[in-house]
Design a protein around this ligand. Structure first.
Ligand SMILES: *Cc1c(COP(=O)(O)O)cnc(C)c1O
Length: 427
């Protein structure tokens, strides 16, 4: 690593960017390591500056559900580029992507495209506050909804208390508008709704948690949350930035058949280009400017090239991509189970659709507190072992791993060999 091109680039990058990166988890600090720099990506594989190849289960943190540089998506992007790449005026690509999104997630009768998941969650929250005329947002501990001020808040001590800022630079006043409760704990939601019956605008949650590792909702949990929110005049927001088009093609809401008031999308919806969206019933969305008084805008929102990439990605996913990725996930996870059954290592494998996590702790993992039992040092060793064998899992015990339709049987077999080797180092 010392003399490698990646290492040289990392040194240079540190001169320009805090930690040498433009998004913190890319710095590999959670696995006590330093990042490799990418030269190119195709299909299931990343190639770094030194020519090392990795079978990729990070997939740009979720978006690349068809794998990298999918030929049909590439063609759609090039076709779009030939017609210019931003107009500042509406184009048909926006309608086409919206039609596709609504056909898969019908609760998004109307939507607004933005350029990231963060922005989409911000828009959804402003909408919820604007229509309810209330100020407090409830979120789950460990739930990630982007880096906006009011959502960078983690649990304080005790139930029904306001959160504390999880980042410097977030005023306590922001933290005082966010309540944090454990996931899969509907009594905790009921308690906060009872405590602030006229102040809670919405409960925002990842219906399948992904940013503390993959945690499915317990049986009946989502339904109970929706019922409680409505009983107290609050809205329920599903942040499906990660699980949308992954838990199922119809999102977590399609898989569990629970329709939220507002849906937030990102990642897969842009096929690797910057797209986010929030959407709801027409009745709610009519409150957004210019129809209504809730302001929200974006210079590059609905970008034609990004729309084309997102549309083609969803089309191919619907045609065959998602079922192929599901099959691949079955094969990989069956193989991992077989390996782990022969070891005495504490572990818990959790999966919903094409996202999965191998927790190195006893399961089941039902919330952030459970997932934080993973031993970080052991995970770092495991991660290093995988990389040395050409397999890239997320460089943090709290991140989900993703499958694509581009992973071949040979990739899966090689991955299982790598996992076996990495497990042998730690078990
Ligand atoms: C990634 C993610 C976000 C933030 O999306 P960005 O595009 O990184 O701003 C929000 N919510 C969830 C659930 C996510 O996984």
């Amino acid at each position: 690593m010392q003399e490698s091109q990646s290492h040289n680039s990392y040194k240079k990058a540190q001169d320009f960017f805090p930690g040498g990166v433009n998004s913190p988890v890319r710095a590999f600090r959670n696995v006590n390591s330093t990042p490799f720099f990418i030269e190119s990506a195709e299909g299931s594989q990343l190639t770094d500056l030194d020519g090392n190849k990795y079978i990729d289960y990070v997939l740009s943190w979720g978006p690349m559900a068809l794998g990298h540089a999918h030929p049909e998506v590439k063609e759609a992007v090039i076709e779009s580029l030939n017609r210019g790449w931003t107009y500042g005026a509406p184009c048909e690509g926006e309608i086409k992507l919206a039609e596709k999104v609504r056909s898969l997630i019908p609760s998004m009768e109307m939507m607004r495209f933005v350029s990231s998941g963060t922005e989409a969650a911000m828009g959804a929250i402003r909408l919820a506050r604007g229509v309810t005329n209330r100020d407090i947002i409830v979120k789950c501990d460990g739930g990630y909804h982007g880096h906006s001020d009011g959502l960078l808040v983690s649990a304080g001590s005790g139930l029904a208390t306001f959160g504390t800022s999880s980042s410097a630079g977030v005023p306590e006043q922001f933290a005082k508008t966010t309540l944090v409760i454990p996931m899969n704990d509907s009594p905790a939601l009921e308690k906060v709704l009872q405590t602030y019956p006229d102040r809670i605008a919405a409960f925002i949650l990842e219906p399948v948690a992904g940013n503390v590792g993959v945690i499915p909702p317990n049986q009946g949990y989502l339904e109970k949350c929706k019922q409680l929110c409505h009983q107290y005049g609050a809205l329920i927001i599903f942040d499906e930035v990660m699980c949308g088009f992954r838990a199922s093609l119809n999102g977590a809401q399609g898989l569990y058949n629970i329709i939220p008031d507002i849906t937030v999308l990102g990642k897969v919806i842009g096929g690797g280009f910057p797209v986010g969206a929030y959407g709801a019933s027409k009745e709610l969305m009519k409150h957004i400017a210019p129809d209504g008084p809730i302001y929200q805008a974006g210079t590059l929102s609905g970008n034609p090239t990004a729309m084309a990439a997102g549309l083609k990605t969803l089309e191919v996913l619907e045609r065959e991509g998602h079922s192929q990725a599901m099959k691949n996930t079955d094969i990989l996870l069956d193989g991992i189970k077989e390996i782990l059954n022969q070891k005495s290592l504490p572990h818990c494998l959790q999966r919903v659709g094409t996202m999965f996590s191998l927790f190195l702790c006893e399961g089941p993992v039902e919330n952030y507190q459970d997932s934080s039992k993973t031993d970080g040092k052991v995970f770092a060793q495991f991660h290093r072992g995988l990389l040395e064998n050409g397999v890239f899992f997320a460089p943090s015990p709290f991140e989900a791993s993703f499958m694509s339709s581009a992973h071949s049987d040979q990739d899966l077999a090689q991955t299982l060999n790598a996992i076996n080797a990495a497990i042998n180092i730690i078990a």
